[in-house]
Ligand binder design. Sequence first.
Ligand code: COS
Length: 398
Amino acid sequence: MDFALSGRQRAVQDLARRAAVEVVAPHARESDERGEFRREVIDELGRRGLLAAPLPSQFGGSDDDNVAMSLVYEEIGRVDSSVRGFLAVQVGLVSQCLLDWGTEEQQARWLPLLGSGAAIGCYCLTEPEAGSDAASISTSATRDGDGWLLSGDKHWITNGNAADVALVFATSDPSMRSRGITAFVVPTDTPGFEREKMPGRELGHRGSDHATIRLREVRVGNDALLGKPGEGFKVAMSALDHGRLGVAAGAVGVHQACLDACVEFARHRRQFGRRIGDFEMIQAALADMSADLEASRLLVRRAAWLRDWTGSNTDAVSTAKLFATEAAARAADQAVLLHGGRGYSNQFPVERYFRDTKGLQIYEGTSHIQRIVVARHLLGRDDGAGSVPDADRNVGRP
Ligand code: COS
């Protein structure tokens, strides 16, 4: 077993760390305060090659593996979960999904633009009445001559206002649930594609672009099909395998940021005549945070590695997302507490980490949904077997 990163993976990690510090971090607090999505940050990440890392060279990418991409998510997530959220959608949910399912024409048209940052992508699955139960979407896909008409409402669409291209999931027959769903690649300047900022103010990820999208008889041709008709749910779920890796790795990043902030604070803050890091209760908090962080990081690396080596990682990536986002939320909770009154103010970044980690537990599948995916993997499909197996059936099994 080799836990070491390759030379190339370390180089990508360095590149991402430099971009995080030089490009992303300087705007993180202001973007959060103003609720602003900054296109110029994305443009610079594109110039530095971070949006194209896992794409083949023919599309302007550097053919990097998923382990390398997870390091990018981690480094960017360490300074700004909103920008990391952008990345997981742009790269994981859109570009890698097009790479897996797109036609040659779709790939040639969109991947170079998405990889350079010249185009932004969004992923339109969630609807007001279809969140965790993604197979219950009602946006309709109706055959219309040699094409399709798409109609319905999507919401909580990250990158939705800025996007040039949208992956849209729609159903031809809601009674067929997942098997009635088809995926489409839709340029957002297609007539009938309307969008606006999500109403309300988010708890976290305030520097993200969250949109509500209305499709009013958006007409697309058969060349917009992503996968075959009826295959859309598999397209959506396999894209989430990429996206959830981005969320899990981002959780490792923000968890690391919590630990860094706490160690620094515990070294310098003095109470009762000592630095607070010399109190055992503070040490216990730091040690637990650190142990959780190492476990999260290993789960994320393993999920990425499995994807690289076996091409599939649904169970591993849900395990990683579940553990890493829950652990990051615990770490952020402890980080605010450890900083005392200072942690309660935006003068210190831990309150932003605290707010952002709630989003990590929810989007791209809540922690409940990740538990469902993991449990189904353990249990398998119901084969109708009626009796409890013999008590010694598993004896001697590895
Ligand atoms: N890759 C490819 N195919 C997959 C898949 C994956 N990761 N996961 C499921 N599928 C396939 C199944 O194999 C099944 O195929 P068949 O019909 O050929 O048997 C089909 O998809 C339906 O799967 P399933 O029966 O598990 O569907 P459910 O309706 O029970 O839903 C959950 C499964 C709950 C896991 C799914 O709805 C989900 O992930 N919900 C959360 C949605 C989400 O993350 N939303 C956030 C939006 S993005 S910000």
